[in-house]
Design a protein around this ligand. Structure first.
Ligand SMILES: [Zn+2]
Length: 139
């Protein structure tokens, strides 16, 4: 018996439905239908969570209340993925946590003047499906 590795390269297409739940579902619907960003508020520790979620990761308390956040935000970190684009970690105004999303219209090349800056300002960009990403408003 041979110990040679046998590998077959291929692509698997996987269609799925994602159940966001009540709290995140209402936030996703607001982004899609009203072009608004909503975070969930933890009533126990008073943090506003972005993206909205049903449980507070800080204290484990269930959330039910939504709070307006953004559309502006501050870049906490970013990375360029060659061939894919730039991704930013953004803390929307009024939120205590951050969202990772695509940076719209970025160059991604090292030294590209369109790249974001940590501490720089961005704003949410929406499309028919909801939040499509963020774009730099000040670098
Ligand atoms: Zn909490």
């Amino acid at each position: 018996m041979s110990n040679d590795r046998i590998a077959r390269e291929g692509t698997i297409r996987l269609q799925f439905d994602y159940a966001a739940g009540d709290v995140a579902g209402r936030a996703v619907a607001a982004a899609r239908d009203q072009k608004r960003l909503l975070g969930s508020r933890c009533e126990r520790c008073d943090r506003v969570l972005a993206p909205a979620r049903s449980l507070c990761p800080g204290c484990g308390h269930a959330t039910s209340e939504l709070s307006e956040i953004g559309p502006g935000g501050t870049v906490e970190s970013w990375t360029a993925v060659p061939g894919t684009g730039v991704f930013v970690l953004v803390r929307p105004d009024g939120a205590d946590t951050a969202i990772t999303h695509r940076l719209a219209g970025a160059g991604a090349g090292e030294g590209d003047s369109r790249n974001p800056r940590i501490g720089g300002r961005v704003t949410a960009v929406f499309d028919y499906a909801g939040l499509a990403g963020f774009e730099v408003v000040e670098s």
